[in-house]
Design a protein around this ligand. Structure first.
Ligand code: FAD
Length: 425
């Protein structure tokens, strides 16, 4: 029996570093009770604005991707679907890109997700795409976007590495009673799959689930440090494009009187040393989008571009079709001229392109044990094989990961303040 109030229970998810700011708790509780807004630390997080009860918070714990992350629903796993311990369910993995040169150019990598979004609309398989575009309120954020035509989808191309609440009004999106495809980060996909257990319109209306392989987003403090490094006042920034327009394309910052472009490697750091992740991303058991029909990724060996090749790289995605529906979409998009494919690859190639994803998948179970040791919320996981992967590691490696998590908590590094609405100074 908890002695915490409903509000304290909700805030514990944030305070323990598990909130990714997807917005689903606002949809679950109703915006008269919870609003996901920019908070004093610069994230988008839930703030309680009305009377919360335990039943609502139970539902939030059951759907929040900070507290519950699951792999592909069993019913979507066919008898002939292969399941790799690291890379999860897959039916086909191939290298490809958007056939339309503009889409390939605008896209983050090879424009595959954008091309699929356009293809789904133009082939009338869906009425709209739920995804994310650059925020006008805060240029480093993404905003949830409904796209009804090619121009909308192209405008939303490119990765948003800042807070993005794609599910902030999923109830209203479902109220439209129209078929749609969802493109979101793997954690957003988990969230919507969780929510499907509480709202049967999700299964009826979400026809395609598309994701990107995701190593985590950028903390607001890192974004600020980036602006400082390039000598731009954050308050003056009117537009930020993280990547796209080439692969990876420049990171472009606009203010009223100047435009600055830097190489992706100068944004992240050569070894991603400037890439500070929110804690939730460090313990993510599914950066590879296991619960989606299709996951799209970069194909740089070692996980980072090199400066010389990236000047002329037109972008090639790795495309993982996980479900029958994803495999069918991939092959018809190719047959109908929306995508070009190069050659099929396998899970070992994915580990070459994404060593960081492979290492995290092995490490994460022990990190979760470290959370439990420190009486923190341990996310509930299922169908992600993380315990099995950990069992393949030597005992001392697991202990190292477990102790590392414990130490971070004991050092006070996994401790977010109670969310408060951000007020500009
Ligand atoms: C936070 C983050 C971390 C990533 N980490 C990795 C990684 O470790 N390894 C890797 O291979 N790839 C990573 N990527 C993915 C990579 O940058 C490309 O997005 C991916 O290869 C798909 O490329 P594309 O050209 O098909 O995408 P595009 O055609 O440009 O389409 C991108 C789609 O994703 C949507 N979108 C963009 N940002 C967000 C967001 N924050 N939340 C929800 N939806 C969004 C857009 O609306 C658009 O529909 C990451 C992306 C993000 C956003």
């Amino acid at each position: 029996m908890t002695t915490q109030t409903p509000t304290e229970r909700l805030y514990a998810i944030v305070e323990q570093g598990l909130c990714i700011g997807c917005g689903l708790c606002q949809s679950t509780a109703g915006k008269n009770k919870v609003q996901v807004v920019k908070t004093s630390r610069g994230y988008q997080q839930p703030v309680v604005v009305g009377e919360l009860d335990h039943v609502t918070v139970d539902k939030i714990y059951d759907t929040c991707p900070g507290t519950r992350i699951e792999g592909l629903p069993d019913r979507l796993l066919e008898a002939d679907t292969r399941v790799d311990n690291v890379w999860g369910p897959w039916r086909r993995i191939t290298r490809g890109w958007a056939a339309d040169a503009e889409v390939r150019y605008e896209g983050s990598t090879g424009g595959v997700l954008t091309a699929l979004g356009i293809y789904l609309l133009e082939s009338k398989r869906v009425d709209f795409i739920l995804h994310a575009k650059n925020s006008v309120r805060d240029p480093s954020f993404g905003d949830r976007q409904l796209s009804f035509g090619k121009a909308d989808v192209i405008e939303s191309a490119g990765s948003r590495y800042g807070p993005t609440a794609s599910l902030i009004d999923i109830g209203e999106v479902l109220d439209r009673n129209q078929a749609f495809a969802f493109i979101g980060k793997p954690c957003d996909i988990s969230a919507l799959r969780n929510y499907a257990r509480h709202d049967n319109r999700v299964e009826k209306l979400v026809r395609y689930w598309l994701t990107m392989v995701c190593g985590g987003y950028l903390t607001p403090a890192s974004t600020k440090a980036f602006y400082d490094r390039i000598g731009v006042d954050p308050e003056q920034v009117s537009a930020l494009r993280y990547r796209g327009r080439g692969c990876p394309g420049p990171t472009r910052v606009e203010t009223e009187d100047q435009v600055k472009e830097v190489h992706y490697l100068d944004f992240w750091g050569e070894d991603e040393s400037m890439w500070a992740l929110p804690f939730r991303c460090k313990i993510c058991p599914d950066g590879i989008g296991e619960a989606a029909d299709i996951a799209a990724a970069d194909t740089w060996p070692g996980g980072s571009p090199n400066r010389v090749d990236s000047e002329t790289d037109p972008g090639v995605n790795a495309i993982i079709a996980r479900t029958r529906s994803g495999e069918e979409l991939l092959s018809t998009a190719v047959a109908d001229g929306a995508l070009n494919t190069e050659y099929d690859i396998a899970t070992d190639d994915m580990s070459i392109y994404q060593p960081h994803q492979m290492h995290k998948k092995y490490a994460v179970w022990a990190r979760h044990q470290g959370l439990a040791d420190e009486a923190r919320i341990k996310p509930q996981t299922d169908r992600l094989r993380i315990e099995q992967l950990a069992s393949e590691l030597p005992q001392n490696m697991n202990q190292y990961q477990r102790d590392g998590t414990r130490q971070r908590i004991q050092d006070g590094k996994v401790c977010e303040p109670t969310p408060e609405i951000w007020h500009p100074v």
